[in-house]
Design a protein around this ligand. Structure first.
Ligand code: UD1
Length: 419
């Protein structure tokens, strides 16, 4: 199994090109199921989750080819299966996103219950409740969700929690439903907006995306899309945090500053000097040690849970004491135990971790447990004294394109060890 080795102590300096947003690419690829016409998505990062999605769609009979400008061409015109099998779904929770489109276009879907990141119980009850409200007949047996509906009908759906993939699934299903669907307490994440914008280029009639009330007027059919995905705000945030933790200066190119307000505010509070342009963000730490910051994760536009682990690493070596509170997922603190192995002073208290910054971490062998936890361990490795070896780095390949190559370009001493 591949591992990453990092020799800590280098200050990161330079520019890094941010890839397309994983969490927008996945639903937009799944949206190709909504139409018989060919689709083309540009700016697709080379990630394990993208490969898994292509494999999943390929198994359903969707024609897939790779084009220029990191584009993927999809053709679901002659798809012949409505099944998302366990062996693929278990590796990627976002596979659940085929449910809405399959049901809406084909009247039927069988999707294995998802696995994915080991970050607490992550149910899909709200996806199912919403589809049921739209007239779907849903049962769960032998680990599979089976859904049927001759044609979905518009409904008013009030989500208990502003679920991101739940909002996306229901929004996609509603584009082909009879009548109008309203999703209240909808997720407002930029990736939801990007999906809605793409669906609108296909002829869908969606309004309110980016607010907590999304309205979708159903259509008889949708056309194909030719679309470019938004930049990955979590990847950008991770590289800027890497600059902060090492006292360096990094410019993230192809980044969208307006999607990162909460993160940039905290990086500034930590002592980072931030400057932005239309599509870039720079953080300069001027060689200083970061100051500890308090974080509470929340749905967008709050501080993203997908940046929580990286800020936990930042606080580990910061000046002062910081409290990181996780309100979106339970049990998303597996990285804390690993950081403690490097000498971090951290105390778990329910859904929070109290971190007293230490002036240095010391390298140790580490184990990645989920996607964002892996990014946190890489950041810690960049500052730990000695050689940190991180095992199970396949988690990081699910969501970061060429992370070691990009960090090396910024001056990090990092390499992948085979086997
Ligand atoms: C998405 C992102 C993930 C991010 C998360 C929160 C993708 C592919 N993944 O995941 O990177 O960490 O949003 O920003 O976009 N919930 C329920 N019932 C449901 C669905 C969700 O109770 O049916 C709860 C979850 O347990 C969690 C909360 O809602 O506590 C938010 O989860 P959700 O927004 O659904 O996360 P994902 O869409 O899976």
């Amino acid at each position: 199994m591949a591992r990453i080795q990092i020799t800590g102590g280098r200050r990161l300096e330079g520019s890094v090109e941010i890839s397309g947003a994983k969490n927008a690419v996945l639903p937009i690829l799944m949206a190709s199921l909504l139409t018989e016409e060919p689709c083309r998505l540009a700016g697709v990062p080379h990630l394990k989750d993208v490969t898994t999605t292509m494999e999943l769609l390929g198994q359903m009979g969707v024609g897939i080819s790779l084009g220029d400008r990191l584009s993927v061409e999809l053709d679901a015109g002659s798809m012949d299966s409505d099944v998302a099998p366990y062996d693929l779904v278990k590796t990627m929770r976002a596979s659940i996103l085929v449910l809405g489109p399959l049901l809406a276009r084909r009247g039927e879907a069988q999707v294995s219950l998802p696995g994915g990141c080991a970050i607490g119980a992550r149910p899909v009850d709200l996806h199912l409740k919403g589809l049921t409200a739209m007239g779907a007949d849903i049962s769960v047996a032998s680990g599979y969700i089976r859904a049927k509906a001759k044609r979905l009908t518009g409904a008013r759906i009030v989500l208990d929690t502003a679920t991101v993939t739940g909002t996306e699934n229901l929004m996609m299903a509603a584009t082909l439903a009879r009548g109008t669907t309203v999703i209240e307490n909808a997720a407002q994440e930029p990736e939801v907006v990007d999906l809605a914008n793409c669906l609108n280029t296909m002829g869908a009639a969606i309004s309110g995306q980016g607010s907590n009330r999304i309205e979708i007027e159903g259509r008889e059919r949708l056309s194909g899309y030719d679309y470019t995905v938004v930049p990955d705000r979590i990847e950008a945030g991770t590289f800027l945090t890497a600059a902060a933790i090492t006292g360096g200066r990094v410019r993230a190119l192809n980044a969208a500053p307006d999607t990162l307000d909460a993160v940039l505010a905290k990086l500034e509070e930590a002592g980072g000097q931030i400057s932005t342009g239309e599509n870039w963000i720079e953080l300069d730490m001027n060689g200083r040690r970061p100051r500890a910051v308090d974080i509470t994760t929340a749905p967008y536009p709050g501080f993203p849970t997908d940046m929580q682990a990286q800020f936990t690493a930042l606080n580990a070596i910061a000046e002062g004491t910081g409290v990181v509170r996780e309100t979106v997922f339970e049990n998303r603190f597996m990285h804390v135990l690993e950081l403690q192995r490097l000498g971090a002073d951290m105390r778990l208290e329910g859904n929070a971790v109290v971190i007293r910054g230490v002036d240095h971490l010391t390298a140790a062998p580490l184990m990645a447990t989920d996607l964002r936890a892996s990014a946190c361990l890489v950041l810690a490795g960049l500052v730990a004294r000695g050689d940190t070896v991180i095992d199970r780095v396949y988690h990081i390949d699910r969501g970061y394109e060429n992370i070691e190559e990009k960090l090396r370009q910024l001056g990090a001493d990092i390499r992948r060890l085979a086997g």
